[in-house]
Design a protein around this ligand. Structure first.
Ligand SMILES: [Zn+2]
Length: 91
């Protein structure tokens, strides 16, 4: 079986042994690890935005009133999001 790598950013596959060894995407001119870290940072930023929005009482109230979400569900979501952000940032 031939070795290949696939870039998570552009989806390009490479059979080039140098690319495989260095885990490099010639199309993005970036190392796959850096691309993944970029994704994680973006993800953690977005989760932070969501958390910030949720902490506003008017947003929380609107979710509960209009979407039928309960306070407990929001708290569970916040706890899950917090632990995800911590995982992304500190591991
Ligand atoms: Zn790429």
């Amino acid at each position: 079986m031939e070795m290949k790598i696939k870039c998570p950013n552009c989806g390009m596959e490479s059979y080039n042994p140098n690319d495989i060894e260095n885990k490099y995407c010639g199309n993005c001119h970036a190392f796959l690890e850096d691309i993944q870290i970029g994704f994680l940072n973006e993800f953690s930023y977005l989760m932070g935005q969501v958390m910030g929005t949720l902490s506003k009482p008017e947003v929380r109230k609107a979710m509960i009133d209009r979407k039928g979400v309960t306070d407990t569900q929001i708290e569970k979501f916040e706890a899950a999001a917090k632990s995800l952000i911590n995982t992304v940032c500190y591991e």
